[in-house]
Design a protein around this ligand. Structure first.
Ligand SMILES: [Cu+2]
Length: 346
């Protein structure tokens, strides 16, 4: 199929070259002067440019409306509304600048194509013009960049919302695991050297904070409650991407990255909004992290806080046979001890 396409392109080019030769020969035979021939060429090129310009612009506008339905629905998070506003402002500015510059570029090429009657007006420089095309873009770009930066610093200002529900998102080739911090809203310490078959997140079972930690294969979020994601990776760089919440943050091995946001629309409500009864939020990996990267995702469900509590109760505790005793050192755990410290404490 590809070979066929290549052959078609090559033969089309050859045909065009032959046609151009034929036209040249025909011009010679009809005693058309070289000048006239060049005028004709210039006119055809000019008309071609205008067709390209208006055809392209019309096609662009058509595509925007044709594929609008495939764009993301309204933002399902609080900060996402601001991001969308910023994004739309950027698009409007880009669209205006794009249309003005392209129309000028192609129209000038058409209007001022070679004409032997016309002499070009020469000027060395024009300060007024230079000032205009330096100052206007500077102001517009500075406004876009500063509003973007201030919005980003608002979004990443964790000091403002320390009370968020803490969830660890743990990425590895090629799946995600989420760990809920439980009642204390504190995640037990984890360390990669503790990772084994029964403890895939490498959590310290003797850390009191890990007592009530729960893991899940789906991410449930209560609506209207601030969420704080603590993001880790076991192997390579992944990226936590929640497109409907306008959230993205890299998962980097050896460090914890964070992202705070507040979901505002439940899955049920979003199904109404999109008119799609099968709609589900999704967590995707947004870094090409290996062969099965395309399949590295997790279902995300946003529910009312009461339903969230019910769901959380049904989730698997991290350390199932944990016996909570007065002194942490006497606790028995299902985790295989793979660290000297744990063995010694036992
Ligand atoms: Cu990945």
């Amino acid at each position: 199929m590809n070979l066929l396409l290549l052959l078609i392109i090559i033969f089309s080019i050859l045909v065009l070259v032959r046609l151009a030769n034929v036209a040249q020969l025909a011009a010679k035979l009809s005693d058309e002067s070289e000048e006239e021939e060049q005028d004709n060429d210039n006119r055809m090129n000019g008309i071609g440019l205008m067709i390209f310009l208006w055809g392209g612009l019309i096609l662009m506008v058509y595509m925007i409306f044709r594929y609008k339905a495939y764009m993301l629905p309204v933002s399902a998070s609080e900060h996402g509304v601001q991001i969308d506003k910023l994004m739309n402002t950027n698009w409007v500015v880009l669209f205006i600048v794009f249309v003005i510059t392209q129309v000028l570029l192609f129209s000038f090429a058409f209007k001022y194509r070679f004409n032997k009657e016309r002499r070009a007006f020469f000027f060395h420089d024009n300060n007024k013009l230079e000032v205009i095309w330096t100052i206007i873009p500077t102001i517009v770009l500075a406004a876009l960049i500063t509003t973007g930066l201030s919005e980003w610093s608002n979004i990443t200002d964790y000091a403002k919302r320390k009370e968020g529900l803490l969830i660890q998102v743990y990425g590895k080739q090629f799946d995600w695991t989420v760990r809920y911090a439980g009642k204390d809203n504190k995640l037990g310490e984890s360390y990669f050297r503790r990772i084994n078959d029964t403890n895939p997140l490498g959590v310290d079972s003797l850390d009191v904070n890990s007592n009530d930690d729960l893991t899940a294969r789906e991410m449930y979020l209560p609506v209207g409650v601030p969420i704080e994601l603590a993001i880790n990776s076991r192997d390579v760089i992944h990226s936590v991407y929640l497109p409907h919440f306008r959230v993205q943050m890299n998962a980097v091995p050896g460090m914890t990255t964070r992202f705070s946001f507040k979901p505002t629309i439940t899955t049920a409500k979003m199904r109404e909004i999109t008119g799609n009864p099968k709609f589900d939020y999704i967590l995707l990996c947004n870094k090409i992290c290996g062969v099965a990267h395309y399949n590295m995702n997790m279902k995300v469900v946003v529910v009312e806080p009461a339903d969230f509590k019910e769901w959380l109760k049904s989730q698997k505790p991290l350390f199932e046979n944990t016996v909570v005793a007065a002194a942490p050192a006497t606790r028995t755990v299902s985790e295989k001890p793979n660290e000297k410290k744990i063995v010694a404490l036992k």
